[in-house]
Write a protein that binds this ligand. Structure first.
Ligand code: SF4
Ligand code: FES
Length: 274
């Protein structure tokens, strides 16, 4: 994978093999401690620092520029933390897990929705732009109010409702398994919702994440609320609002395909399947 692909597809955070780094002469960092590797296989422990220009859209301050010292590999979240630590403690952003699991660090990087913690800045990239997610009210700096996202999410009854008397299991390799498994794993980051033009214009559109969640439950034969969910996704702001641009699928940092889930829901509704 090229560095550009690495950057565009949102990768796993790659941590330096040697963790603690201490300043040394001439602006270099020397990793400690030295691993017990002999001969030519011994890795180069000297890591060059470089300066990355970070442009951040902030509340009431417009676009601010910071020159941040970094050592590769570096993520967007690493840069934001360094800015908060060494340049401006008032910079507001949100994160928690740092391993692409909690979904709280979603921002726009160079105009695209992405997780700050898993977006690696390519070694040949010296300027990046970071802005809050689009389509959601800004609370402060890079923090958005995600209530519109959660309100739509709640409309599809996003939890499992056990069907009475059903002891069915999902068979490995079955069509149900393929549908359910393909839609699971959403971390509720809102990247797809933020990227979707229809969701951005309000109009009660459920949005890709909620519809993807609905499919994971509707396709599960053990769930007892499928009919009700199909009625909801076929109603106000439901699947018929989607124009199938697939921006949601391109934005998803964990590789889900909400656009495909919407198509599946449309098919199920037409077939009266629950
Ligand atoms: S479907 Fe993907 S982009 Fe959308 S909220 Fe879930 S994880 Fe985020
Ligand atoms: S900090 Fe949890 S997903 Fe980025």
């Amino acid at each position: 994978m090229t560095t550009q692909e690495l950057y565009n597809v949102s990768c796993q955070v790659v941590r330096p093999a040697v963790d603690v780094a201490q300043p040394a002469a001439e602006g270099r960092l020397v990793g400690l401690p030295a691993p017990a590797i002999e001969g030519d296989d011994r890795p180069d422990l000297v890591q060059e620092r470089r300066t990355i220009r970070v442009l951040i859209t902030r509340s009431g301050l417009g676009r601010q520029e910071f020159a941040v010292q970094a050592t590769d590999p570096v993520t967007v979240l690493d840069l934001l933390r360094e800015i908060q630590r060494s340049h401006d403690a008032s910079l507001a952003f949100r994160y928690s897990c740092r391993v692409a699991m909690c979904g709280t660090c979603a921002v726009r990087v160079d105009g695209r929705s992405a997780l700050a913690c898993s977006t690696v800045v390519p070694p040949d990239c010296d300027t990046i732009e970071v802005a809050p997610l689009a389509g959601l009210p800004v609370v402060r700096d890079l923090i958005v109010d995600s209530r519109p996202f959660w309100e739509q999410w709640a409309r599809v009854t996003p939890w499992f409702v056990p069907a009475e008397g059903v002891e069915e299991r999902i068979t490995a390799g079955s069509a149900e398994e393929e549908l359910v498994e393909g839609a699971l794993g959403c971390i509720s980051c809102g990247a797809c919702y933020s990227t979707c033009e229809i969701a951005q214009h309000g109009n009660d559109y459920l949005g890709p994440a909620a519809l993807n969640r609905a499919l994971a439950l509707v396709a599960d034969p053990r769930d007892g609320a499928g009919e009700e969910r199909l009625r909801i996704v076929g109603g106000r702001g439901g699947v018929d609002r989607c124009h199938y641009v697939q921006a949601c699928t391109s934005a998803c940092p964990v590789g889900l395909d909400p656009a495909r889930s919407i198509v599946q829901l449309r098919r199920m509704r037409l077939r009266g399947h629950a």
